[in-house]
Ligand binder design. Structure first.
Ligand SMILES: NC(=O)C1=CN([C@@H]2O[C@H](COP(=O)(O)OP(=O)(O)OC[C@H]3O[C@@H](n4cnc5c(N)ncnc54)[C@H](O)[C@@H]3O)[C@@H](O)[C@H]2O)C=CC1
Ligand SMILES: O=C1O[C@H](COP(=O)(O)O)[C@@H](O)[C@H](O)[C@H]1O
Length: 254
């Protein structure tokens, strides 16, 4: 595939994890509202491939989308405690703007950075803390309805529904990745929930690489490493995307 892959939110944690491990895999086009210095770009990605703009700027987004094969859409407010005005603008309006530009430009595939917080309210008091432990068999598999933890989670569930709409009415392939907890180098320390949903940097890059390469219609998958502790199934990501993670938070326990 010679056409570019547009990565929004390229300067953030998830974007940098992808570029660090898969920087040589695609022709990248990078978008962020903050400057992306040479240290944030893979070799060979020059300033002409970088778009510094807000994702709600429809004209600028249209220009960035021209000729693109696939979109990995990460840009947004990632804070679980983010207020409504911010998630409405950055996560809902922004995601709408990126989807609309993508279908207008004939983009084939769209990977959306959803979140564990779209389903956080499944972690009910009667299930905690057992569901964070290796012997517990409770699993979410992507077929369940959203049960957001907070307004940020509402915005992520809304992004998933926007994807459903654009897939059904415009035919674009959409995969929603409910990312767990991306932490560099090792799983979160003294945080069982975080260890159960840990996503290592290299597994993150591999997962989004598969979102560009694999064939699918509309999917919801979980983005975590192959942790012994888990309450998210990664079976669907394995089956549909060919996701084959190498990390496991249990390997870091004493
Ligand atoms: N880091 C994690 O563990 C998780 C992240 N996610 C999602 O993944 C995505 C990326 O998250 P992180 O990399 O952790 O966040 P981050 O804050 O490190 O990166 C987000 C990037 O998007 C850019 N951005 C934000 N709003 C923008 C706008 N309106 N227009 C243009 N650029 C904008 C920021 O400048 C930043 O570079 C977010 O959508 C977040 O909700 C979901 C679950 C877990
Ligand atoms: O969606 C997100 O989830 C991760 C993990 O959630 P947490 O409540 O365990 O911190 C969070 O770190 C990240 O900022 C957020 O975008």
């Amino acid at each position: 595939m010679d056409e570019p892959v547009l990565l929004t939110g390229a300067g953030g944690r998830v974007g940098q994890a992808i570029l660090r491990h898969s920087g040589d895999r695609f022709e990248w086009r990078l978008l962020d509202r903050e400057p992306l210095g040479a240290e944030k770009r893979p070799d060979g990605v020059g300033e002409d491939d970088v778009y510094i703009t807000d994702i709600t700027d429809e004209e600028a987004v249209e220009a960035a989308m021209d000729g693109v094969y696939a979109v990995i859409h990460l840009a947004g407010d990632p804070r679980p405690e983010a207020p409504w005005d911010s998630v409405l603008r950055n996560n809902i309006d922004g995601t709408h703007s990126i989807f609309q530009a993508a279908v207008d430009a004939g983009v084939e595939k769209f990977a959306f950075a959803s979140s564990n917080h779209a389903v956080g309210a499944y972690e009910t008091p009667d299930r905690k803390p057992d569901l964070y432990r290796p012997e517990d068999e409770f699993r979410l598999d992507g077929d369940e309805l959203p049960r957001p933890s907070n307004l940020y989670g509402v915005s992520k569930a809304t992004g998933e529904v926007l994807g459903r709409y654009y897939h059904d009415h415009h035919g674009i392939s959409v995969v929603n990745v409910r990312i767990g907890n991306l932490t560099e180098g090792h799983p979160p320390i003294d945080y069982e929930r975080g260890q159960a949903m840990w996503l290592s940097y290299r597994d993150c890059a591999h997962l989004f690489e598969r979102c560009v390469v694999a064939d699918y219609d509309y999917e919801i998958v979980y983005g975590i490493s192959d942790n012994d502790r888990k309450y998210y199934s990664i079976d669907r990501a394995r089956e549909v995307l060919g996701y084959d993670p190498v990390d496991n938070s249990a390997e870091f326990e004493d």
